[in-house]
Each structure stands twice: as structure tokens, then as C-alpha cells.
Design a binder for this molecule. Structure first.
Ligand SMILES: O=C[C@H](O)COP(=O)(O)O
Length: 251
């Protein structure tokens, strides 16, 4: 039985005041959903604040990225070791906005994945196809290649301590959610592909869905057999919407 994981990716949003209000507002909904793990990924500048605010609560947190180096002359980067020191449990890696806007290749994503695990964090490996690839029926090939790039470097056993997030790029921030049937089909394919390397690991790994998940569509998506939670952007910025998604995962 895989535990549902509901993770908010705040992206480049927030103020000290909004972070405080959001965390405080999520404490009760997170505690009420005892079978669900709730996590948020703020900008790194808020990590110290989030560490303090979440102390003693059921809310976990992570970073939106991590550098592949642990220390040195890498201006502007954040070491996974530093993220661990600030209480992060998770680190997103390979989000499509990093792949596209920061030219992160599969090789860079794999190196970051390894560095994140080496620091004692759980990587949340984001994969997914563009609209063009979706329309060309290339979804399976794209997610397989993105997974294989990591398997080749880190090994399939590493997925025993990782989370996969399937995020069709065409659904991110667009309001176009993959239908539950499309999402389930891709999630099942991801699990089957991983099972080809190691069935036990594939059965255990949480595969989250991300892409315009919201309070209205979460229940139907989360009811799918191979959807183990959500990686939520826009709807994670409002206490009411995110709480509704948390409650949907608890059912
Ligand atoms: O990491 C989260 C995804 O990019 C989804 O974002 P969204 O819920 O705003 O579409």
C-alpha cells in the first residue's frame, strides 16, 4: 500500500506574511489527514521560515531544485547538503520549468538526483512530455527516456528512495488537466516500465500527478490505481484549495 503524498510546489511565489498564513492554515488539514503525507516546496529563501513554522506539525517540506555540487565556487546555487541542514525531506529535480528555462539535460537531472540522494534527501523526479510530443503519441517514449537516464546513472534500486512525478508539460499552469484516464494510463506505463527493471521497487514507488490539479478535479485523479498523490502548483497557494486536495487524498 503506497501512502498518498500531496506536495505543493510554490514556484516563485510568496512573501513572509503569505508563507506564515499558508503554513499555519495547513496545519489542521494536514493533521486531520493522518494517512496522507503533506509537503510544500517553497523558494529556498523561505526555507528557514518554513522550518520554524512547521516544527511539531505534520507538514514536511522540500526544495524546488538542488545543485549537483555540495560546495564550492557555484554562485547562486543551493547545495543539497545545505537543504538537508535546513530540514528539507524532499528536493524536486527535473521539473519541466528547470529543463526548459534553465536548459537542464537528462544528464544534469541524473547528476542532481544522485547528489540529492547522497545528501540524504528524497528526490522527486519530474518527467513528462510536451504538447507536441503528446500529439505525436510520443508520451511513453519520452517518459521512458527520462527515467532511463536516471536509472543508468543511479540504478533502479535508487527508486526505493525516490518519488516520481508525471507532469505533462501541456497541463502545467494551463488549466488543461490530463483526464483521469490519460493520467492513469501513463502512470501505469511508468510503473510497468520500472517493473521491467525491478518489480518490487516499481510496486512501492509513489508516482504523483502534476498539471492543473485543483480542488475540483483532485478526487477523480487521486482515485486512479496508479496515481499516488499530486504535485500541485497554483492550487497549492490557497489554503482552502490545497486543503480540499489533501482531504480528497485521505478518502
Ligand atoms: O510542480 C507543479 C506543476 O508544475 C503543476 O503546476 P500547476 O498545478 O500550476 O499546473
Amino acid at each position: 500500500m503506497r501512502q498518498p503524498l500531496i506536495m505543493g510546489n510554490w514556484k516563485l511565489n510568496g512573501t513572509k506574511a503569505s508563507v506564515e498564513a499558508l503554513i499555519n492554515g495547513l496545519k489542521a488539514p494536514a493533521a486531520a489527514a493522518a494517512n496522507v503525507e503533506v509537503a510544500v516546496c517553497p523558494s529556498v529563501i523561505f526555507l528557514g521560515q518554513v522550518e520554524q513554522l512547521t516544527a511539531g506539525s505534520a507538514i514536511k517540506f522540500g526544495s524546488q531544485d538542488a545543485d549537483l555540487h555540495t560546495a564550492g565556487a557555484f554562485t547562486g546555487e543551493n547545495s543539497p547538503v545545505m537543504l538537508k541542514e535546513f530540514g528539507c525531506k524532499y528536493a524536486l529535480v527535473g521539473h519541466s520549468e528547470r529543463r526548459t528555462l534553465h536548459a537542464e539535460t537528462d544528464a544534469v537531472v541524473a547528476a542532481k538526483y544522485v547528489a540529492i540522494q547522497a545528501a540524504g534527501l528524497i528526490p522527486v523526479l519530474c518527467i513528462g512530455e510536451t504538447l507536441e510530443q503528446f500529439e505525436a503519441n510520443e508520451t511513453n517514449a519520452v517518459v521512458e527516456a527520462q527515467l532511463k537516464a536516471v536509472i543508468d546513472v543511479a540504478g533502479i534500486e535508487s527508486f526505493a528512495n525516490a518519488v516520481v512525478a508525471y507532469e505533462p508539460v501541456w497541463a502545467i499552469g494551463t488549466g488543461k488537466t490530463a483526464t483521469p484516464e490519460i493520467a492513469q494510463t501513463v502512470h501505469a506505463h511508468i510503473r510497468a516500465y520500472l517493473a521491467g527493471f525491478n518489480a518490487a521497487v516499481a510496486a512501492k514507488v509513489q508516482v504523483l500527478y502534476g498539471g492543473s490539479m485543483n480542488a475540483a478535479n483532485a478526487a477523480e485523479l487521486l482515485a486512479q490505481t496508479d496515481i499516488d498523490g499530486g504535485l500541485i502548483g497554483g492550487a497549492s497557494l490557497k489554503v482552502e484549495d490545497f486543503s480540499t486536495i489533501i482531504a480528497a487524498a485521505a478518502k
